[in-house]
Design a protein around this ligand. Structure first.
Ligand code: MRU
Length: 357
């Protein structure tokens, strides 16, 4: 398929000495890039959701390491050992790692950057920049591959519901779950696309339907609370979502609300697909119970677009991810393999035995 015809947005721009991030807090009403000149600024942008989505967070962090490395090379010219440079960069890497806890892609990307430095000589800095470029190009190619692999599972004429934003804005391009939607629409397998608004941060309402509109893909926005009613109506055959972390037993952490979609989908006989890069696999974590779920400030629930609508003094609880148990999932699609009805033994066979994760 002509991938570029369905992929018009780029959230991350590397400009050689700074990183520009499309500010996802103000989309779609304003399209502005935030410039980050150092690793602290990148960590802040990840924390504040200027950039979000598991793969995009990893990519931004990788460039954050390059920025820290450039600063080190300016302050201490003549470093000729990657291992020495790595020791100096560990505090910056630790700051980036702490920016958000749930998406494992962040730790994965930082580990790759560490490895690129290990054993390097005078060329440690260009090696780091090349590694960041490589992470970006692998992510884009992987998204194309999983888009086709996921679309392949969908019967022509199907309707789909997606959640949060898993598109170009959340990745190096094309997207994971949204890549499957793009490929499925291009191939005529998907006839109807629905997107949940994704309270409280509205990734679906502000980002997903905007991206799809740019690509000329017809999509219908629903309130999150309309999902059961929609599935009961028979208009949806697949729920397709991304992931922030996939455990060894196939449990999946993803945007809050994913778990209830999986329960409702099972109730109505709607299939449930998780689409993610292999960098989202965390085979070292046994089950979803071991995943740290990010809790964000209660104020995110109290206001929309900066306007408060909740009485002062009201308490709120704001976990921004949840865990969907493997038993509720029909397919986990990655660029390196698809697992149907995931469970620990199949995950190990597909990913550990083949050296994927
Ligand atoms: O809080 P966010 O917007 O970073 O959460 C994003 C999600 O939950 C996505 O579904 C996930 O990161 C996959 S993005 C390809």
């Amino acid at each position: 398929m002509d991938f570029d015809a369905y992929d018009h947005v780029r959230p991350i721009r590397w400009l050689g000495d700074r990183l520009e991030l499309l500010d996802q807090r103000i989309l779609p009403l304003e399209e502005e890039y935030v410039a980050c000149a150092d690793a602290d600024a990148v960590a802040g942008a990840i924390r504040e959701l200027v950039v979000r989505g598991a793969p995009a967070i990893g990519i931004a962090a990788a460039w954050g390491v390059v920025l820290a490395a450039q600063a080190l090379a300016r302050q201490r010219p003549g470093i000729d050992s990657g291992d020495f440079a790595l020791a100096e960069l560990e505090p910056a890497i630790a700051t980036l790692l702490k920016a958000r806890p749930t998406a494992v892609n962040l730790a994965w990307a930082l580990q790759r950057m560490r490895r690129a430095m290990q054993g390097a000589g005078v060329d440690w800095l260009p090696r780091l920049a090349a590694e960041a470029e490589q992470i970006v190009s692998e992510d884009l190619a992987g998204n194309h591959a999983m888009g086709l692999a996921g679309a392949n599972l969908i019967e022509p004429g199907s309707g789909v519901l997606t959640h949060c934003n898993t598109g170009s804005l959340a990745t190096a391009g094309f997207g994971t779950a949204l890549g499957v939607v793009r490929a499925g629409v291009a191939q005529g397998r998907i006839a109807r696309v629905f997107a949940g608004e994704t309270r409280p941060w509205l990734q679906g309402a502000r980002l997903t339907v905007w991206e799809l509109q740019k690509d000329g893909i017809d999509a219908t926005l629903i309130a999150d609370a309309a999902a059961a009613h929609l599935m009961a109506s028979g208009q949806v055959q697949w729920v397709i979502v991304g992931a922030d972390r996939i455990c060894a037993n196939g449990d999946v952490a993803n945007k809050i609300g994913t778990h209830q979609l999986a329960i409702v989908a099972r109730h109505f006989g709607v299939k449930f697909m998780v689409v993610a890069a292999s960098s989202t696999l965390d085979m070292g974590t046994a089950t979803g119970a071991d995943i740290e779920i990010e809790l964000r400030h209660a104020d995110e629930l109290a206001a929309v677009a900066g306007k408060r609508h909740v009485a002062d003094g009201v308490k709120a609880w704001n976990p921004v991810f949840d865990v969907t148990l493997a038993g509720l999932i029909d397919a986990i699609v990655t660029e390196r393999g698809v697992v149907m009805a995931p469970q620990a033994s199949k995950m190990a066979l597909t990913f550990v035995a083949k050296g994927v994760a």
